[in-house]
Design a protein around this ligand. Structure first.
Ligand code: RAT
Ligand code: ZN
Length: 410
């Protein structure tokens, strides 16, 4: 069998541990999004449709979800060909679910999704995607989500928690009254007492969620060390908390929030980060472990080089605007060539359950190509990989390396 086919077969059959999604445990009811309308109003598609739509933003947002989805379907799938990665994702998803998108019949797709029993559909999607476990994004600052965290919540063991703390680190002045209302004696001015109370807050929610790691997304302006509230809170609260709890700290670097606020969630942009901040974090805190992904293409090489220098740094994912086949091949090949298999090539970032199908189908396609090319090159140098060795490598890349990295501090 040709090498690419051998690798593809193994990649396709290997279960995934998805390290970052925006999906919710089925116990969170309607917060777990699914179905064709949620697929269509995905913010990646909202921004693409506004490339064409001649419509005030407010008119779009005033419409119901179904009306928004109909508009996007018309615009991106009927009036134009769905060649973008996010559009193709919907086509792949429908195909894997056995639906014929070629009929271009949105009402019948709606009917099909409406007829699916939720529990059965969840099983089917996880099976089709080959996802064994996934990490959610859990924020104590999200009122809707927080309401579900009751002691009698029945957890699905496949849906793991990750503690997300953007409002704490990026909007301290607004976080203070919230923390105080929840019984944490913090003050706007930063001092030892406040650090202790923030640590207590982080500990309480880590235990409440059984969080596997702690996470933040940061703008291009992030610096460390620096005379900022963000840097102070990281140094005096987050990092000590992570050391106490044996938790890794995940940094998603390079997002410019609300570049176009009228687009709402679709309005965020990208900017190059100063990775000296990440270098300084890794160098000054050898007892902490950092997961990191960068949104800007121009940061990818430096991130890989940093990971060669710091074993407490684990690069992951081709995030958001870099989750395209071409950039994934570029970044994954660069990582394989400089790091071997000691990284995690992708996370899905799925916000809608059904997206797991295409995100992972597309990732598996590209990963197999990148790996086969490296094995091909090894073959030319006189090394033959066995199927067992390919399986070992793929298992590492699809979650085992990440899980080991998380466990290293516990
Ligand atoms: O990829 C996305 O869906 C973005 O909207 C972000 O949520 C990003 O992934 C994040 O976690 O901040
Ligand atoms: Zn995300």
């Amino acid at each position: 069998m040709p090498l690419l086919n051998r690798v593809q077969k193994i990649v396709d059959a290997t279960p995934i541990h998805d390290l970052h999604t925006h999906l919710y445990d089925p116990g969170f009811g309607s917060l777990l999004l699914r179905g064709i309308d949620d697929l269509l109003v995905y913010h990646y598609l909202v921004s693409e449709s506004f490339r064409h739509l001649d419509l005030p933003y407010e008119h779009f947002w005033a419409a119901s979800k179904e009306e928004q989805a109909t508009r996007i379907w018309q615009c991106l799938f009927q009036d134009h060909s769905p060649v973008s990665e996010a559009c193709r994702g919907i086509i792949t998803t429908l195909q894997c679910l056995g639906l014929d998108a070629r009929r271009r019949d949105l009402p019948s797709l709606r009917k099909w999704f409406a007829a699916q029993k939720p529990a059965r559909h969840i099983e089917r999607v996880l099976e089709l995607a080959g996802v064994e476990t996934l990490c959610m994004t859990n924020s104590p600052f999200d009122d809707e989500e927080r309401a579900y965290w009751k002691p009698d919540l029945q957890r699905d063991p496949r849906f793991l928690a990750a503690l997300r703390i953007d409002p704490l680190l990026m909007a301290w002045k607004t976080a203070v009254p919230q923390l105080r209302a929840w019984g944490y004696a913090v003050t706007p001015s930063l001092n030892a007492r406040t650090a202790g109370e923030v640590r207590r807050f982080l500990r309480d929610w880590t235990h409440q969620f059984s969080a596997h790691y702690c996470m933040v997304s940061l703008p291009p302006s992030f610096r460390y060390p620096a005379d900022t509230e963000t840097a102070w809170l990281i140094e005096h609260a987050v990092l000590p908390h992570c050391r106490d709890e044996g938790q890794a700290f995940a940094l998603m670097l390079g997002v410019k929030r609300a570049v176009n606020p009228a687009l709402r969630m679709a309005g965020d942009g990208v900017g190059g980060s100063d990775l000296a901040a990440l270098q300084n974090l890794c160098a000054a805190n050898s007892k902490n472990r950092f997961l990191a992904t960068c949104l800007a293409r121009e940061n990818q090489h430096e991130l890989v080089v940093l990971a060669r220098k710091f074993r407490n740094l684990h690069p992951f994912g081709c995030w958001w605007f870099t989750n395209t086949p071409q950039l994934m091949r570029e970044v994954t090949t660069m990582r394989l060539e400089l790091l071997g298999t000691s990284f995690t090539p992708q996370h899905s970032d799925a916000r809608v359950l059904d997206q797991l199908i295409y995100k992972w189908r597309h990732t598996r396609e590209q990963l197999a190509k990148c790996l086969a090319e490296r094995y091909e090159a090894l073959g030319a140098s006189g090394w033959r990989v066995t199927d067992a060795e390919i399986q070992r490598d793929v298992t590492e890349l699809l979650g085992a390396a990440f899980q080991r990295f998380l466990r290293a501090g516990s």
